[in-house]
Design a protein around this ligand. Structure first.
Ligand code: PMP
Length: 354
């Protein structure tokens, strides 16, 4: 730390992203990326856009916003596109949290929430997940704070039904409820249809997972026009050109190719069921996932050790050291072939371990 670093950030512990190793080729199942390339339409439009990088991108993101709003069945004024959904989540902490509106979220969830809270000087409370890792919905009812819920949750993959989130929305009419739907396309119920009923609802989604665009950085929020206006105030006060031309074009292209996205999601869900079954046959406990990853623990090998032994053999998964999570590993659903490699590598490790 330099002697110039602002006092207000000195205690900040930044978010630790999943490893993005450059040293060797891994079967990479650690950051919930898609095993499939982006849609050919996305690639084509991004390449065309690259020819005009001398010009700033459109700060209003006009064409993509219209296209996305049409896709979601909402109006363009109810959508804000951002640089990954991380950006809209940070905007939400900036816009809707303060000392009078502290944040609240589960103790086990997306690790960026507490970082955003601390970055923005927002007080926050973490409510424990139940023993079975499900969200205790009653604990959020009438809590009177700005609520952040990942649905499906990470790293568990467990989803709440929309009706349960509705109970939280109804019982907190004077507080914003942010529903982070980064993984919603893999089998959970979206809350987007509720935005016209609840003016306190902000739904966030991403192009990183189901749309194979993690490297492009594109996410968005959907909510009432008033909420979106507030978020635009934050956007235009930080970085009006937050989405670059190539990403904007790629986003448009992938929305033109919805069949491709649907096909990929269906394949991932099928591979998820296959992998969960195969892991259970090998003695693993696997949480019921509605996301593109599984959270699993072995009855024969410690979580940290399995992570390391897999890594040594070229298979990368994500391990968390938190007490309640340390027996588990979070395994991204890759291609069927990648999962076969994972399973045979696990077999080798377990045999050696026996
Ligand atoms: N929410 C959750 C629950 C996530 O796991 C992630 C991905 N790490 C994000 C949001 C952010 O994703 P992105 O910024 O790529 O849209």
């Amino acid at each position: 730390m330099s002697r110039f670093f602002s006092e207000k950030y000195r205690a900040l512990t930044p978010y630790t992203p999943g490893e993005q190793p450059q040293d060797q080729a891994y079967v990479k199942l650690n950051t919930n990326e898609s095993p499939f390339p982006p849609s050919p339409k996305a690639i084509l439009l991004a390449a065309e856009a690259a020819a005009h990088l001398e010009l700033y991108s459109d700060p209003t993101c006009h064409d993509l916003t219209e296209r996305l709003a049409g896709h979601l069945g909402v109006s363009p004024e109810e959508v804000l596109l951002t640089n990954g959904s991380d950006e809209i989540l940070n905007f939400a902490f900036m816009a809707f949290c303060d000392a009078a509106h502290p944040a609240v979220f589960p103790d086990i969830t997306y690790g960026f929430y507490p970082v955003f809270a601390r970055l923005n000087g927002v007080p926050y409370e973490e409510l424990p997940l139940r023993e079975d890792f499900s969200v205790d919905v009653d604990a959020y009812c009438g809590i009177g704070k700005t609520i952040f819920l990942a649905n499906p949750n990470a790293p568990t993959g467990i989803a709440l039904p929309r009706s349960e989130i509705e109970r939280i929305l109804q019982s907190n009419p004077d507080n914003v409820v942010v529903v982070d739907e980064a993984y919603v396309d893999f089998g959970a119920e979206s809350c987007v249809p509720l935005i016209h009923t609840y003016d306190n609802l902000l739904v966030t989604q991403t192009f990183s997972k189901s749309r194979s665009m993690a490297g492009a950085r594109l996410g968005f929020g959907v909510g009432s026009k008033a909420l979106i206006r507030d978020l635009n105030t934050i956007k235009y006060s930080t970085n009006p050109y937050n989405i670059n031309r190539m990403t904007m074009a790629a986003g448009y292209g992938v929305l033109e190719d919805e069949a491709y996205t649907r096909m990929n999601c269906a394949q991932i869900m099928e591979t998820r069921a296959y992998t969960a079954d195969a892991l259970r046959k090998r003695g693993f406990s696997v949480l019921n996932s509605s996301a593109n990853f599984l959270f699993a623990k072995s009855d024969r090998i410690d979580g940290a050790q399995l992570y390391l032994e897999l890594k040594n053999r070229g298979v990368l998964v994500r391990h968390f050291t938190l007490e309640r999570l340390k027996a588990y590993n979070r395994i991204t659903i890759g291609s069927r072939e990648q999962m076969e490699t994972l399973l045979s590598t696990i077999d080798t490790i377990l045999e050696e371990h026996a």
